[in-house]
Design a protein around this ligand. Structure first.
Ligand code: SF4
Length: 375
């Protein structure tokens, strides 16, 4: 297939769902790691198309959702410094910190800008030599290469008024954290295709073997996701646990070596706190010492007390697939996209926002469960 429409073809989607039904003999619980996949699943109603025996739970793969509240507070404090231009992607501006969001302080006069790429921030630094331009760099392996490239380019040009507040996270340690939890129900993963475009999937082999779970690298269109589910169910039904690649049109086993090289030049692996989940060992990136002059945390030395999450928000449980957004008492009431209490209600990749926008209700899932029990 060559064209996007073909991955959304209704008849092909129906046939694939029918094939999944044919091969499924018992209940299985699968986690899609990536928030982009969650968005497609909820928007297109894929869960409702599947066999009642297949339960999809949503994973921690939304960068906006997992950026720690302390980091949001640090970005807010940095934005309020004189002569600073704080840049980030649009969604990040709306994420609540412990007291304010970046959008709140923008309204109070802080120089906060939305950019579409770290290279836009680099250009702002070139054209504003009397300002400090700080890019708030969040995301998974997918965004790390462009951020590393921007820093590398700034170093090459000798730009001294450019820095980054880095809160990068990595997918495989998060998958391990989910599997290691005693309350985990996850029996297999749909791995995020775009992260694997950069990293490849060799790192997943050890996870699959250690926890005896199938992992299928999967794309983002309805047919991609259903084919990924089918490949997983075939493995589960046959008692296999292997790493397979559904997203062959974009992902190679070894990934993108040029992108990996640039990331490894600029960043190194570190422990990282995940919002709502806590610290996960070796799950983030930080600057290597050779590039420490671009580290906004060091440059501005902002120290903050640990921030408190809203006591109502159960985002950590939602992000680990342990609860659904509608299980949160605040969902759709005190927490909406216009007035979010927690990060998963902000981003389009957040499970709470997807459930809110596309009307996924508890009653829908309960009727699927009772159908499965009756069959
Ligand atoms: S609905 Fe809102 S408060 Fe509840 S878990 Fe989601 S983001 Fe948090």
């Amino acid at each position: 297939m060559k064209f996007l429409d073909e991955y959304r073809d209704y008849a092909a989607v129906q046939r694939m769902a029918e094939e999944i039904r044919r091969v499924t003999t018992r209940p299985w619980t699968l986690m899609e790691v990536c928030g982009g996949q969650t968005y497609t699943i909820v928007k297109t109603g894929l869960q409702e198309l599947l066999s009642e025996q297949i339960t999809l739970v949503h994973g921690p793969g939304c960068p906006v959702c997992v950026t720690p509240i302390a980091m949001i507070d640090r970005a807010v404090a940095t934005a309020m410094l004189p002569k600073v231009i704080l840049c980030s992607f649009g969604d990040m501006l709306r994420v609540p910190g412990s007291a304010q969001s970046l959008l709140d302080v923008k309204a109070l006069g802080a120089n906060v800008r939305i950019v579409y790429s770290p290279l836009d921030a680099l250009q702002l630094a070139r054209s504003n030599p009397d300002r400090e331009v700080v890019f708030f760099a969040v995301g998974f392996e997918t965004t790390a290469p462009a951020n590393a490239m921007a820093v590398w380019q700034a170093a090459r040009e000798g730009l001294s008024n450019f820095s980054m507040l880095v809160s990068h996270v990595l997918v495989p340690p998060a998958m391990e954290a989910v599997l290691a939890s005693p309350s985990s129900r996850v029996q297999a993963f749909l791995a995020a295709g775009h992260a694997c475009m950069v990293t490849g999937y060799e790192e997943y082999l050890a996870i699959s073997a250690r926890y005896r779970v199938p992992i299928v690298v999967t794309g983002f269109e309805p047919l991609d996701l259903l084919q990924g589910v089918l490949m997983i169910v075939q493995q589960l039904e046959e008692g296999r646990f292997e790493v397979e690649n559904q997203y062959t049109r974009a992902v190679r086993r070894e990934g993108n070596s040029a992108a990996q090289k640039r990331v490894n030049e600029v960043f190194e692996v570190t422990d990282r706190a995940w919002r709502g989940i806590g610290e996960i060992p070796s799950s983030g990136l930080r600057f290597r010492k050779e590039f420490a002059s671009f580290d906004a945390e060091l440059r501005f030395g902002i120290v903050l007390d640990d921030a408190e999450e809203s006591s109502e928000c159960i985002a950590g449980l939602v992000l680990q697939g342990l609860q659904r957004p509608y299980d949160c008492p605040a969902f759709g009431r005190r927490c909406t996209p216009d007035s979010p209490l927690g990060a998963p209600m902000v981003s389009s990749e957040g499970a709470c926002a997807a459930y809110f926008h596309f009307g996924r209700r508890k009653e829908d899932d309960e009727s699927l469960v009772s159908l499965a029990a009756a069959s």
